[in-house]
Design a protein around this ligand. Structure first.
Ligand code: HEM
Length: 120
């Protein structure tokens, strides 16, 4: 993925807005909020910004933990994964990311479904 996509969607500020919006949506969702109780939201937010930036081809390295290991103990099912995916897609759209770029980002995110729901 080229660095132009990161620039096109608005760089650091845009990704931060998307991630804020994503967690607002997730924490307002009764199906999901319990997963995040007691979590260090600032660390999670910072890693999520790095993660989305690197997926978007930005000059940002993801320094968090492996996606499977991070989520394995949470026992997330497919419906819960899909619910977060829908919130992410809406957050991208609401923050002005274009359809083609949303599709590219979501392709990368969907590839994480198996590791995150515990199917390796
Ligand atoms: C849709 C794709 C997803 C992506 C890209 C993603 C990304 C991340 C990232 C980057 C972290 C931080 C890892 C670290 O700090 O080292 C994280 C942690 C976490 N994620 Fe996800 N995640 C996804 C799906 C989900 C889902 C579906 C849930 C729950 C329903 C979830 C719940 C959590 C929780 C609770 C943590 C904190 C774990 C801890 O600190 O022990 N994530 N995720």
């Amino acid at each position: 993925m080229s660095e132009s996509m990161y620039r096109r969607i608005g760089g650091k500020d845009a990704v931060e807005d998307v991630v804020d919006d994503l967690y607002d949506r997730v924490l307002a969702d009764d199906r999901l909020v319990e997963f995040f109780e007691g979590m260090e939201m600032e660390r999670l937010r910072a890693h999520q910004i790095q993660f989305i930036s690197s997926v978007a081809g930005g000059p940002v390295e993801y320094t968090g933990d492996n996606m499977h290991e991070t989520h394995a103990h949470l026992d997330i099912d497919e419906a819960e994964f899909d619910a977060v995916g829908v919130h992410l897609e809406r957050a991208l759209r609401e923050n002005g990311v274009g359809d083609d770029d949303i599709e590219r980002i979501m392709d990368e995110v969907v590839a994480l479904k198996d590791p995150i729901v515990g199917r390796l």
